[in-house]
Design a protein around this ligand. Structure first.
Ligand code: PSU
Ligand code: MN
Length: 305
């Protein structure tokens, strides 16, 4: 539960506040994808377009970020564009959210931090590209994203295109199962892998409509089961890069990361930008297409709730 004492640190953008009070559907959007996931100006254009897609579906978009120490639930067009231009924004997860607030810093919120802030504001649905998870080689690096723990504890539906394919998808699914997180593939029997429609793993659960996904969430809550839910929505066919083709790029990017001693928070942004270069920009176009696809489904789920 969000304590009353959190209120003074949160700014809810007026249209979002109005929609929440009226009980109209709202979709949260993350901002690490803006500050660390894509280069300028594609990041700003993507963020604006994703908001438009949510609005066109009949829901209200709320991009979440920390700006000058304020937790922002919904940004104005100007605020969103200036975040896209901020070169030194922090990457904020559960571990550093309070630091950014206490120190008056600006940062993009990861899936974990966006879930926390969305829940504080009473938003139940959130669209992203791909979640963080168990990194390849985690048995020695211990690199497991805080996104997984957050899914286990915070009651928000996260709509993704699956774990990013740079991760160990099998281990990521194992951790989610251990932590009691339902993983539901949308209209697919096979777990999607971000840029690709198929990973080597079967999807733990499958549902074929936004309404059924909303019902599952409501049933979980009615049963008193805590925590969130992960929806894995395969990238549209015409935008996908097949898994066997991605495998080569991912391996090359991982090799570069090892050679340059990239660790911790820097790993995911490094791999994403390296893969963007290796694919000559194609991975970025796929990334944008899958986020848009997820925003559409998230808006439909928010309406069904
Ligand atoms: N999806 C994207 N691009 C991104 C991310 C997701 O398409 O940049 C971000 C998300 O914010 C996710 C984070 O929470 O990467 C995971 O980082 P880490 O592996 O360090 O936990
Ligand atoms: Mn990590």
């Amino acid at each position: 539960m969000t304590p009353e004492s959190a209120r003074p640190f949160i700014d809810i953008h007026a249209p979002v506040a109005k929609a929440l009070t009226a009980g109209r559907p709202v979709v949260a959007l993350e901002s690490t994808i803006i500050t660390h996931g894509m280069p300028y100006p594609d990041n700003g254009a993507m963020a604006a377009n994703v908001e438009k897609i949510v609005a066109d579906e009949g829901a209200l978009p709320a991009t979440i970020a920390v700006v000058g120490g304020r937790i922002k639930i919904g940004l104005s067009d100007g605020e969103r564009e200036s975040l896209a231009l901020t070169g030194d924004a922090m990457k904020l997860s559960r571990a550093d959210l309070a630091f950014a607030v206490a120190e008056g810093r600006t940062g993009g919120t990861t899936v974990a931090a966006t879930m926390i802030a969305a829940h504080m504001a009473g938003i139940r649905v959130f669209a992203t590209g791909g979640i963080g998870g168990v990194h390849k080689g985690a048995e020695t690096s211990f690199d497991i994203s805080a996104d997984l723990d957050e899914l286990a504890r915070t009651p928000v539906i996260v709509v993704s295109a699956g774990p990013k394919a740079i991760l160990d998808i099998e281990k990521t699914l194992e951790v989610l199962e251990t932590r009691g997180v339902p993983v539901v593939a949308h209209r697919a029997e096979i777990m999607p892998a971000f840029w690709s429609r198929q990973s080597p793993c079967r999807a733990p659960l499958t549902l074929d409509s936004a309404t059924k996904i909303a019902q599952l969430f409501q049933t979980r809550q009615a049963l008193g089961l805590d925590g969130g839910m992960l929806v894995a929505n395969p990238v549209p066919q015409d935008a996908e890069i097949p898994a066997d083709e991605m495998a080569g790029y991912i391996e090359a990017a991982q090799k570069a990361a090892r050679a340059q001693n990239i660790t911790g928070k820097a790993v995911t942004p490094f791999l994403l930008s390296n893969i963007l270069e290796l694919t000559g920009g194609r991975s970025l176009r796929t990334n944008i297409a899958l986020v848009e696809n997820n925003a559409r489904l998230a808006a439909q789920i928010a309406k069904a709730l």
